[in-house]
Structures are given as structure tokens and as C-alpha cells.
Design a protein around this ligand. Structure first.
Ligand SMILES: C[S@@+](CC[C@H](N)C(=O)[O-])C[C@H]1O[C@@H](n2cnc3c(N)ncnc32)[C@H](O)[C@@H]1O
Length: 212
């Protein structure tokens, strides 16, 4: 993803979007429902990009709380503009997914969404893939019992890797499609990346349930 640099982006995010960008997410580990002020389910998107998915989902599910983790502030800035000021059920965390356990207590999250995560095609980089077993360990810890993970990609090899990692490390596959946009599972919300990629070929989709 091409990024334009925005001078003073960190300060601007804090100053302009304090209601969306959580300054100290570690302070809310275990008490996100207090942060939002409701007992609603908590859905987490990792690698949000420019926010179209979370914006679409929060409109479909206004009774749910959403947190999106993204490591690039420039992208968060675009997402914050999209969500706007009048939104009580969305929060952004600026940071790397490796820190998930600092921000969430055990069994705090109902669902995780991974949409078009970087595939890191070289074998030497496989530990960076967000479905590598090291990340799955973190997801297993923060997901509640019977929590779920939803995954989409346009890269067949990354999908195969994900299916193997997930089913070998504590998750059961409950839904799968090799052509998500033409399947009954498609939820009608496309991410920025997906809109482009779905015109070029198939989108792969998997839904996974945390095994007991
Ligand atoms: C290919 S883009 C997809 C963005 C968006 N989900 C979409 O579908 O349009 C991957 C995004 O994940 C973010 N990302 C990659 N690795 C991450 C990590 N370890 N922690 C947090 N964000 C990450 C990148 O900054 C980028 O915005």
C-alpha cells in the first residue's frame, strides 16, 4: 500500500480524533466494555487499512463494539476521517499485532477479522504472517470460548498456509469458499484492497471456531 507521509501524524491523530484513537490501550485490558460503556460483543480487526470494512460492519451491527489495530498512523488517519465524530462503538489502536496481549485480557474478544493481511510470500518471512502459529497463540488467548476468526485473502498460497496453521493450532474450519464474492457467505462489505483484487480474480474465505 502506497503511503503519503503526513508531518506530525501522531500528534494530529491524538488532537483531532481523541474519541477514536485510544492513547493508552494497555489501560483498558480486561475492561473494554467499560471503555465503551456497554456489555456488547467485542469484534477486533487486525490490519484495518483505511477503515472501509469496520465502517461497513459497525453500521450493520450498531449493538457491537469494534476495535481496529493498525500499525500505520497515516492509514489510521484516513480511517478516522471515514468514521467521523459521531460514533460511540469504534476504537482504534495504533500498534503492531505482536502487542495484542498488552491490550486485551484473556477471553475478552468475541471475534477477530483478518482481511487481506500481508502474505509475506518468502519462506524466510513466514513468521510475519498474521496467521503464523505465533500469532495464533495470541488469538487463542484473547478470544473467548467459542470465539471466531474470519479470514479473507486473494493469495492462494497464503490461504493454504492459513488453513494448515489454523487447523493445526486450535481452530476448526466452519465455513470455506474459494470464490467468496460468489458464495452465500459474502457479507456485502468489501475492503479497499478487496474492491481492487476481486476484479482481478477469486477471493478466498475461511471462518474458524476456537476449539475447546
Ligand atoms: C494489505 S493491507 C490490507 C488493509 C485492509 N485490511 C484492506 O483489506 O484494505 C494490510 C494492512 O495491515 C497492516 N498491518 C500489517 N501487519 C500488521 C501488524 N503486524 N500489526 C498491525 N497492522 C498490520 C498494514 O499496515 C496494512 O494497512
Amino acid at each position: 500500500m502506497r503511503l503519503r507521509k503526513i508531518p506530525g501524524i501522531e500528534e494530529r491523530l491524538k488532537a483531532e480524533y481523541p474519541h477514536l484513537v485510544v492513547a493508552e490501550p494497555q489501560a483498558y485490558a480486561g475492561i473494554w466494555r467499560e471503555y465503551f460503556g456497554t456489555e456488547a460483543p467485542l469484534f477486533l480487526e487486525i490490519g484495518m487499512g483505511r477503515g472501509r470494512f469496520i465502517d461497513g460492519l459497525r453500521k450493520k451491527a450498531p449493538q457491537t463494539n469494534f476495535i481496529a489495530v493498525e500499525m500505520r498512523n497515516e492509514v489510521i488517519f484516513d480511517a478516522a476521517k471515514k468514521i467521523g465524530d459521531d460514533c460511540k462503538n469504534v476504537a482504534f489502536i495504533s500498534g503492531h499485532a505482536a502487542s495484542l496481549r498488552d491490550w486485551f485480557a484473556e477471553k475478552e474478544v468475541d471475534r477477530i477479522y483478518l482481511n487481506f493481511s500481508d502474505p509475506w510470500p518468502k519462506r524466510a518471512h513466514r513468521k510475519r504472517r498474521l496467521t503464523h502459529e505465533n500469532f495464533l497463540k495470541l488469538y487463542r488467548e484473547i478470544l473467548k470460548e467459542e470465539g471466531e476468526l474470519f479470514f479473507r485473502t486473494d493469495v492462494a498460497a497464503f490461504f493454504e498456509f492459513t488453513l494448515t496453521e489454523m487447523t493445526n493450532h486450535g481452530f476448526a474450519l466452519t465455513e470455506v469458499s474459494l470464490d467468496y464474492h460468489h458464495s452465500a457467505y459474502f457479507d456485502g462489505i468489501s475492503t479497499e484492497y478487496e474492491e481492487k483484487k476481486s476484479k482481478e480474480g477469486s477471493i478466498y474465505y475461511g471462518r474458524f471456531l476456537l476449539r475447546k
